[in-house]
Design a protein around this ligand. Structure first.
Ligand SMILES: O=C(CO)[C@H](O)[C@H](O)COP(=O)(O)O
Ligand SMILES: [Fe+2]
Length: 247
């Protein structure tokens, strides 16, 4: 059985006090720290011609998501303050460019999106492992779950599948229960796989995700916005463990 992992999304923390926020979450019972990486990525045509040069600054195809958060230097700084598992979720168009810097910075898990790795996921998994990180794959709400089967069944497989339960880009969005079909399908096929859900998880949505078979729970706004964040972490864990004991 895949163990319950509660992973506060540090996207909702006070970035100016990241080390103490991380320490607070671990003290309150968190297993992992979820780090959302959203970076503006250069076009493959640079320095010759970029999509922005062609279509103007409004063209968004160089971004995986319309937001900017943190990069490897922040992971490196945080690593000096904690031994915790840093569960890095890379919402970037070119994940292979980030494997080496994140490995050096001390990332523990490196989860890339299948939508930007359809042609090179085998090499990507290999390089993530060679840098000492645990490879994971994520899928946006519109991406069919079948797309990740080959990555779980590969000779050199991913060790975690992250099912997005909101459109990636921002914390504080509404949970999409229709994504639970993907979780159920994955749990039925792969009983011991780490299946992570991310987006809109909290005490009011956890039971649906836990009973579908998710064992790694990312939660940002519901934990950081709570009067008692430790209680929220405990509710999330009990729901996952309770569902597992029923099966
Ligand atoms: O990947 C993410 C956004 O793209 C975040 O991890 C996610 O949104 C968590 O935030 P919340 O729990 O507030 O929804
Ligand atoms: Fe995330």
């Amino acid at each position: 059985m895949a163990a319950a992992k509660i992973a506060p999304s540090m996207l909702s923390s006070d970035f100016a006090n990241l080390a103490s926020e991380a320490e607070r979450m671990l003290r309150l019972g968190a297993d992992w720290l979820h780090m959302d990486i959203m970076v503006r990525s250069p076009s493959p045509l640079r320095p010759f011609l970029s999509l922005t040069d062609l279509f103007g600054a409004g063209h968004r195809s160089e971004h995986f998501v319309p937001n900017l958060t943190i990069g490897a230097p922040v992971i490196q700084s945080l690593r000096k303050h904690t031994k915790a598992y840093l569960d890095c979720h890379l919402m970037v168009t070119n994940p292979s460019d980030y494997v080496e810097p994140f490995g050096k910075a001390g990332a523990s898990g490196f989860t890339f999106h299948i939508e930007v790795a359809r042609d090179n996921w085998q090499e990507l998994i290999q390089s993530i492992k060679s840098k000492g990180m645990r490879p994971g794959v994520s899928l946006r709400p519109g991406t069919p779950v079948e797309e990740v089967f080959p990555l779980v069944e590969a000779e050199n497989p991913v060790e975690l599948v992250l099912v997005m339960t909101v459109e990636p880009g921002f914390g504080g969005q509404k949970f999409m229960p229709e994504m639970m079909d993907k979780v159920r399908t994955l749990r039925n096929k792969y009983p011991s796989l780490d299946i992570e859900v991310d987006g809109g998880l909290g005490p009011s949505t956890i039971d649906v995700a836990a009973s579908a078979g998710a064992n790694c729970i990312v939660a940002g706004s519901s934990i950081f916005g709570a009067a008692d964040p430790g209680e929220v972490i405990s509710v999330l864990r009990k729901s996952v463990e309770g569902s597992q004991n029923k099966n």
